[in-house]
Design a protein around this ligand. Structure first.
Ligand SMILES: Cc1cc2nc3c(=O)[nH]c(=O)nc-3n(C[C@H](O)[C@H](O)[C@H](O)COP(=O)(O)OP(=O)(O)OC[C@H]3O[C@@H](n4cnc5c(N)ncnc54)[C@H](O)[C@@H]3O)c2cc1C
Length: 319
């Protein structure tokens, strides 16, 4: 079943399935489980694995394995606010403060200056020209609790030098903001034919450092990049624009990608928070995993799939 169809089927009953991957209109629940998909709401509700208590799986041997239990989740409403930061570092500090506080936002997204310009120009949104915006959503069982959490978060943003914190006045205003946030990927595809969409993840405290250094790397390698993503869990979407027909730009892409992934790992992060390793990131595995860990993964794969028929060649495992 396709994720979006499942979500639509749940809505009339007041339920929702929180992982919320950006590929929701095309990906399937089976794929979500296999890749442990996550998205905007992971910061509060976790990823797919948090909702999988019951599983029927066909092993490489053809045997069927079952494990199982039950769960459910609901919420009555939500509130949205937008915080404006002149300095990236202040936005990074605000994320850390909120995520270490007693309130947990249901979504906490960061947009850097280049993405803000993109939204100003192509979505015609009246956003300020600053280094960072934080977009936050709170939810809960009562309206007063939803608003209480948002007020607390707004106070923390102001305490971290937010130039402005604007609470969405109407549901329509909030929907417009989230629609714009969700359209960033598609917008980039529309204005530029080729872009490398990454899902590097760093510890929350290192978000600002990663973003600053990624700007430097972008300058050094002469390729533009956009940074936005799920600040609340450190999962950033770094998108590099390049012209696939220009051999010089293609040649510069790989060293930039390598250095971005190395930077994430050096900062204590991971190569992929959502998209997985597959084949394209397989070559970076030694940046994150030491030889002993890689050897152990290969042994596990060999034990579970001795004929190597499940996803051969992925993740630097045999293929
Ligand atoms: C534009 C775009 C945006 C994306 N955004 C996100 C995002 O925000 N968050 C995120 O986590 N991921 C994202 N992804 C990655 C991907 O869409 C998700 O990981 C999704 O969960 C994969 O589901 P799928 O149905 O497309 O699986 P596929 O890509 O078809 O398969 C993925 C893996 O799952 C296995 N698999 C699929 N179905 C089953 C099954 N029934 N039983 C056993 N194994 C199975 C396949 O063998 C394969 O190894 C994005 C991808 C794209 C292209």
């Amino acid at each position: 079943m396709v994720y979006a169809d499942f979500q639509s089927a749940l809505a009339p009953y007041g339920f929702f399935f929180p992982p919320d991957p950006a590929s929701g209109v095309v990906c399937t629940l089976g794929g979500n489980v296999a890749t442990n998909a996550g998205g905007l709401h992971a910061v509060k509700y976790g990823t797919t694995r948090d909702y999988v208590l019951c599983l029927e799986a066909v092993l490489a041997s053809g045997e069927v394995m079952r494990v199982g239990a039950r769960t459910m989740k609901t919420s009555s409403g939500y509130d949205t606010a937008l915080a404006v930061f002149h300095k990236l570092e202040d936005a990074g500090q605000a994320v850390t403060r909120v995520m270490h506080s007693e309130v947990t936002p249901s979504v906490l997204e960061l947009l850097d200056g280049s993405v803000i310009s993109l939204l100003r120009e192509h979505a015609h949104l009246d956003l300020p020209e600053v280094e960072a915006l934080l977009l936050v959503e709170t939810d809960g069982m009562t309206e007063s609790y939803v608003r209480f959490q948002l007020t607390k978060i707004a106070e923390m943003f102001r305490g971290c030098n937010a130039a402005e914190v604007e609470v969405a006045a109407t549901m329509r205003e909030a929907e417009l903001l989230w629609k714009a946030r969700k359209s960033i990927g598609g917008m980039m595809g529309a204005i530029h034919l080729d872009y490398a969409p990454e899902d590097i993840t760093v510890p929350m405290s290192q978000i600002a450092t990663f973003l600053r250094r990624s700007e430097e790397l972008s300058r050094v390698h002469g390729l533009d990049l956009f940074n936005f993503g799920h600040a609340g869990d450190g999962n950033l979407h770094t998108n590099i624009l390049y012209d696939g027909k220009d051999p010089d730009q293609v040649a510069r892409l790989e060293p930039l990608l390598y250095e971005l992934h190395k930077l994430a790992c050096d900062l204590g992060g991971t190569l992929s928070g959502e998209h997985g390793i597959g084949m394209t990131k397989a070559k970076y595995m030694p940046l994150e995993h030491d030889p002993t860990a890689l050897k152990t993964m290969r042994k596990l794969k060999q034990a579970l799939d001795p004929n190597n028929i499940l996803n051969p060649g992925k993740m630097m495992l045999p293929g």
